[in-house]
Design a protein around this ligand. Structure first.
Ligand code: SAM
Ligand code: SF4
Ligand code: F3S
Length: 479
């Protein structure tokens, strides 16, 4: 290409988003079309997601752009021409899973030299990870982070133009790019980002370092997205953020999460609203009232506890006490007696003693959690907890973890039994994977229900009698 052609080409590239990305989508599409003609078959891509709902939603955005570019969905990594891992780094085992699988990908690339491999997501925001991939995993073609995911078409263009590993990581951003394509995993339900990043800096947690500062999305953009989703057949939305209770801070418009929830509830045709995650320190009475007043907001509250020990909660930088947490649980259960409350618990935080764990077990019983994710503390480099003294021994943690888990299983089982015999609304999600004469759905409380039915029910909300509680799920009959 002559210098003149190059200058003309550069001048054509729009500066603003999302126009710039649509330009690159077309550019890569040309390349994919050419490749298709050469090989006489479609090109396929697969995006593997690790981590939380935030990453699930990000992957839907990645797949949306890849489909626009002309890639078809691959059913397995073996048949893919483009493999992308959207990674998580919240605990060390998430990192290890990715490194383990990268070795396998090298073999696929030996078989198909045209295969492109990309890594993105939270793990890529860590310098040590990038150094390791640069040195030991040269077969990875593209690496980008959490802040510039919207640029995947532009980055892919660079990959196809160059022979070397392309790495583009941003430290942070204020940018929220709207209106790019999204391809949903489920036609009837969808995540909706309402905010990005986190400012809480819980002392064990890496998320604020890899997801950047908290920024809320414009409420009009959120409502426009929800309306579009409903028009496209979505019945249930999940409003997503690391701490949805602090939604609205920093926006020009004065709005908080309770008000946003009320606005979203007004969207006609929308049947269910969920949200994730909530921090106890910012849970307001106004939010509890807004929830109780809406029959669209699901009767499920995920309220991360982490520990029942005031001493540990302080060291974790959580800004609430055991008693304050229990007070929130009481308020939620008083306002909505049928609500299910679930939580996250960490066992093995530095300096944790058996007495601290006793406090956690005590609060699990008093709060009567309907479910809990119990995690073994994982040391994350760069967080304050990583350099704390008194890291717990593996043996101690295992013992304490089992004690907590046992209590959680007891409370969640007895809580679930309270719904047996009731007739409830269930959103049917899939045909049962063990028996295709059965379908599986979720109650407002997020409990799973299996009952007789056909694939035509998937995506609809039906009434189901809960015949039997089998610990963590129900067997029911459609009425
Ligand atoms: N922002 C959400 C909140 O505060 O509820 C949680 C987000 S985090 C992705 C999900 C859970 O992972 C946390 O609630 C915590 O229990 C757990 N977690 C975070 N860092 C951890 C660590 N270093 N070791 C073990 N578990 C951790
Ligand atoms: Fe991590 Fe705490 Fe932020 Fe949740 S609120 S993402 S646990 S720092
Ligand atoms: Fe993991 Fe990132 Fe979510 S670290 S849990 S994918 S915000």
């Amino acid at each position: 290409m002559s210098l003149k052609d190059l200058m003309e080409e550069v001048n054509q590239v729009p500066e603003n988003e999302p126009e710039r990305q649509y330009y690159f989508i077309d550019k890569v599409k040309e390349f994919i079309e050419k490749k298709k003609k050469e090989t006489g078959r479609p090109l396929k891509a697969i995006c593997q997601t690790f981590g939380c709902q935030m990453n699930e939603r990000d992957s839907e955005k990645i797949v949306g752009i890849l489909e626009k570019i002309g890639y078809e969905r691959a059913e397995s990594e073996e048949e893919a021409d483009f493999i992308i891992y959207n990674t998580c780094t919240v605990r060390d085992n998430a990192d290890q899973r990715v490194f383990g699988r990268l070795g396998v990908l090298k073999k696929y690339k030996e078989k198909n030299p045209d295969l492109k491999i990309a890594l993105c997501g939270c793990m890529m925001q860590e310098e040590t990870v990038i150094d390791k991939i640069r040195e030991s995993y040269r077969h990875v073609d593209l690496i980008f982070g959490t802040h510039n995911l919207f640029k995947i078409a532009e980055l892919l263009f660079t990959v196809f133009e160059s022979d070397s590993q392309v790495i583009d990581i941003w430290k942070d951003t204020n940018l929220i790019v709207e209106d790019l394509p999204v391809s949903r995993k489920f036609p009837f339900k969808s995540g909706v980002n309402i905010m990005f990043g986190c400012n809480n800096f819980c002392s064990y947690c890496i998320v604020p370092y890899v997801r950047g500062r908290e920024r809320s999305r414009n409420p009009k953009a959120i409502l426009r997205e929800v309306e579009k989703l409903v028009a496209d057949g979505v019945k249930e939305v999940m409003l997503l953020g690391q701490n949805v209770n602090s939604y609205g801070k920093g926006l020009d418009e004065k709005i908080n999460f309770a008000e946003l929830l009320q606005e979203v509830s007004k969207v006609e045709g929308l049947e269910r609203i969920r949200f994730m995650s909530s921090h106890p320190k910012d849970l307001s009475d106004e939010l509890i009232e807004a929830m109780a007043a809406s029959d669209k907001v699901c009767r499920h509250f995920h309220l991360a506890l982490q520990s029942g020990s005031d001493r540990l909660l302080k060291a974790m930088n959580r800004h609430y006490t055991k008693e304050q947490y229990l007070e929130l649980v009481r308020k939620l259960r008083t306002a909505m007696p049928d609500i299910a409350i679930t939580t996250d618990i960490i066992v093995g935080f530095p300096g944790e003693t058996k007495e601290d764990v006793d406090e956690t077990i005590d609060i699990v019983k008093k709060a009567a959690f309907d479910g809990a994710f119990t995690f073994v503390y994982s040391k994350r480099t760069g967080t304050p907890a990583a350099s704390m003294e008194n890291q717990c021994s593996e043996e101690f943690v295992k013992e304490q973890f089992d004690r907590v888990l046992k209590t959680v299983q007891e409370t969640s089982k007895s809580q679930a039994e309270r719904f047996t015999g009731q007739t409830v609304k269930v959103l049917v999600e899939t045909v049962n994977d063990k028996d295709d004469a059965m379908v599986t759905g979720r109650m407002s409380q997020n409990h799973v229900v299996h009952f007789k039915g056909s694939s035509s029910l998937v995506g609809s909300i039906v009434s189901v009698h809960l015949d039997e509680c089998c610990g963590f799920y129900y067997m029911g009959t459609m009425v």
